[in-house]
Each structure stands twice: as structure tokens, then as C-alpha cells.
Design a protein around this ligand. Sequence first.
Ligand code: URA
Length: 446
Amino acid sequence: MVVTSLIERKRDGVALDPAEWRALVDDYVAGRVPDYQVSALLMAVVWRGLSTDELAALTDAMIASGDRLRFEGLGRPVLDKHSTGGVGDKVSLVLAPMVASCGVAVPMMSGRGLGHTGGTLDKLESIPGFRTGLALREIEAQIQRLGCAMIGQTPEIAPADRKLYALRDVTGTVESIPLISASIMSKKLAEGLGGLVLDVKAGSGAFIPGRDRAIELARTMIGLGETRSCPTVALLTAMDRPLGRACGCALEVEEALQGLGGEGPDDLMEVTYALGVEMLLLAGVEHDPVGARRRLEKAIASGQALETFRRVVEAQGGDPMVIDDPGILPQADAVEVFRSPATGTVASVDPRIIGRAVVALGGGRNTLADAVDPTVGFVITVKPGDRVKAGQPLASVFARDAAGIALGLDALARAITTEGEPAPLPLVSHRITAAGVETLEHPASA
Ligand code: URA
């Protein structure tokens, strides 16, 4: 295969044949095409997009690059959720055990950090001993036994996405509707799901910030799901400020444990419940949103969701003591409080500045070979609209050393502003299905 010609044609806006996409994906996974050529092609896709046929061919080739999970005869519906990526987004850690406690099997398959956003796998791996790399048959057995697994793409599931995802992370090629759609849907469709709920982020910290383009992203993924026998629903949720308070792997696990224990931050729990409601409705275990929400709240209040998480941690080699004592999570060497420089109203907490700072602190990757430091990050206790006084503690930085603290304090000073009018996006603004787009909540300024 002459990859140079594919790159040049894509660069010039020509659609490649489905057979060319299939051959390219096969050759890339087999190591016959180098990363640098695929990087160039991905960049051409970022600029030129993909036609519907190209997107379908790419997604199908990515699915076909590996095996599939099989859940026949399980006796309960199998559903998953996926987020398009955010800062402080630890929803999966709370949602999977919560929904699994309501009679739906959840093989939560997640990714690693991507760009300025954190990845559920990196977060889970901050739990001492936790293994995310389960083999296919192990996942199926755990789903049979516990109804829940929290896993990465095994080498068998969409290996093409695994490779492309890591490459996109370090080549500035994440922000593309077709590439995000193919990435998410290839791994999700290989899971053998009975339904999928998508958390599509909008706002300055999202890969696709604008509302209309985020809706287009949702519709693109829904199209791929529905035409491949996987009923798919999306919610558009706010990513113009970090979700919850904690940003950084171990800090987010600790916050997720608070959520499972009934003490999570309101915004985190609202988004988690909203997605959980969609999962229970799509699974057919509940038929109205009010009943679904009640059932989810009960799973949290009764401790059932936390217990499911404990079992998952144990089954996957993690130390279950973490549930009762989050202090066993890896801890940062240096911690410093950030205080408000002025009195006023918080106008914004910029999630991109925070996400990039987590990466710069060592909590994300700059190159393929980088290891993630689970201890670093931020806990930010203010949201847009909060009144603050000069000198009031607004956040904490968790770092390896004094240089990290300085970097973190500088990022907070830039991210948290008190100038201008706060205009936060509604937390859950739209519900998107194959039938159309429903507006749930209008922006405060609308
Ligand atoms: N999540 C994914 O799995 N892939 C993307 O491209 C973006 C978010």
C-alpha cells in the first residue's frame, strides 16, 4: 500500500475508498505502516473530515481489527456509557457500579487520558494493584459474576483504536468529529452491547466546544450505533468548568468514592444520575425517568453501589481497603492552598487550563512513553457564580515538588477569574436520540 498517496489525496480533500481504509487499518495494526505516516493522515482528516462512507469503513475496520465480547444468555441487559472526554470527569467510576446495582450489566470499557482530559483507566490504576487489562474471557466471566467490570481495551478489542488513540493523544489530532466518533464507537460496538449512552461534552474544555458541533458529534455517533444494532442515546453536558472538585487521578478516585458513598459534589452526581436514568430506560429495566432516578438514588443510599465497586476492585486485583480508607491511594509530596486574590464573583474556572496543568504536573502524557503520576492535580472548591472574598481558599494544588506547586498556583490564577459575568452552561442541556434533539435546559443567559 502506498500510504503517501492516501495522505496526499486526503490532504487535497479526496474521499478514500472503503477498501483503502480497511487496508490502512489492517496494515497499521500489523505494524506495516509507521506512526509518522498515520499521524500525517490523521491530521489531514482533522482538516478535511470524512464522508459518511469513509467514516463507516473506518469504524468497521477498527471494530474488525479485533475480537468482540459476547454476553449471550446473561439474563440481563448489557449497556455501557462513554464520554467524549472532560476535565474532572470521574462519572464512569460512580455510574458503572451504580447502574450495575440496578440489574444492568455494565462492562465499562474506558480509555486513558487524551489531550488535556483525564482517562478512567489511569484513574483506576491509581488504586494499588488494580488491573484494567483483563482478557476477553475474564471480562465475560466477571460480568456473569458481578454484573460489572471496569476495563481498558484488551489487545483483542478494537486494537486499531488503541493504537490510534495513543497516537492522536500526542499529535494534536484529537479534535475531529469523525475521529472521535470512530474511536468511541469502534470500541463500544465491539462490546456486544444492547444499548449505549453517550456523554457528549460541550464548552471550552470539550474537544468539540461549540454546542451545535457537539450535537453533530452526538448525531454522528448515534448514527453509527443505530445502524449497527446498538440503540444509542446522548446527553449534552457542560464542560465549561471542571466536573466536581477533583482533577487528577488519585484525587478523582477519592471523589468518586465520596459519590458512591452518597457525598459526591452535586454537579458530578447530577450528571451521573442523568446518564444512569438513560441507561436504565434504554435497558428497559425502568420505564419512566422518575422511577429510574429513584432506583439509582436507592443504589447509592443503600450502599449497594459502593459494595459493587468494592467487589469490582477486589476482582480486578485492587486493594479493597481503598473503599474504607482512601488514604491508601498514592499521595502527593507537596500540597499548597490557592487563595482568592480578590473579592467578587467567580466568572469562570477554565477546564482547559486546569487539564493542561494536570498534564504538565505529570498527571498526563506528553509523549507515548510517559508514565502518569497519579498523585498530582487539583481540588477546586469554587464554581462560576460563587461569591468569594480576598484571601479565601479556593483550591489546592497537589504536586511532586516546589516547581510543581508554582506551576499549579500559576494555572489556578489564570483559570479562576472574577472578571466578567458568569454564564455557565446548563449541566445537562440536550437529549439526543435517533428521533431528534430535545432541549432540556436553556443557558442562564438565553
Ligand atoms: N474518547 C475516546 O474514546 N476517543 C476519542 O477520540 C475521544 C474521547
